[in-house]
Write a protein that binds this ligand. Structure first.
Ligand code: CU
Length: 129
């Protein structure tokens, strides 16, 4: 094996494995310290899971909403003025905020996703520490 072949092999390996490692490292960093992880599916296939999320008042929270479906979903907590917008199939959204008041807040899917779309909802319960 000559030097040129070895260098080509190393470059090929770096170009194929490098982006995979970089993607995994980025995703690992992005999802570090999650307060809650919500999976979104159409209601007939599981709905939001979990549908009740408890978070502490006055602390910064980080919630990931993962669209594990084949259709677009959305995510909003209107009373807290939070809207992730549309989340494409297979994608996710990270929401970071600090809830200021104890209470119970509804969250919804904001994108028409199935005939049962209006059932696609859950509750964020902000609790005293
Ligand atoms: Cu929906």
């Amino acid at each position: 094996m000559n030097k040129q072949t070895i260098i080509s092999g190393i470059l090929l390996l770096a170009c194929t494995v490098g982006p995979i490692i970089a993607t995994l490292a980025y995703e690992s960093h992005r999802t570090k310290d999650l307060t809650a992880d919500i999976i979104a599916r159409v209601p007939e296939n599981g709905n939001f899971s979990p549908r009740l999320v408890k978070i502490p008042v006055g602390e910064k929270v980080k919630i990931r909403v993962r669209n594990a479906d084949t259709v677009m979903h959305g995510f909003a907590i209107p009373a807290l003025d939070i809207d992730a917008g549309e989340i494409k199939a297979g994608h996710n959204a990270i929401l970071e905020f600090t809830p200021q008041e104890v209470g119970t807040y509804d969250f919804y899917c904001t994108t028409w996703c199935s005939e049962f779309h209006l059932q696609m909802r859950g509750i964020i319960e902000v609790t005293a520490q």
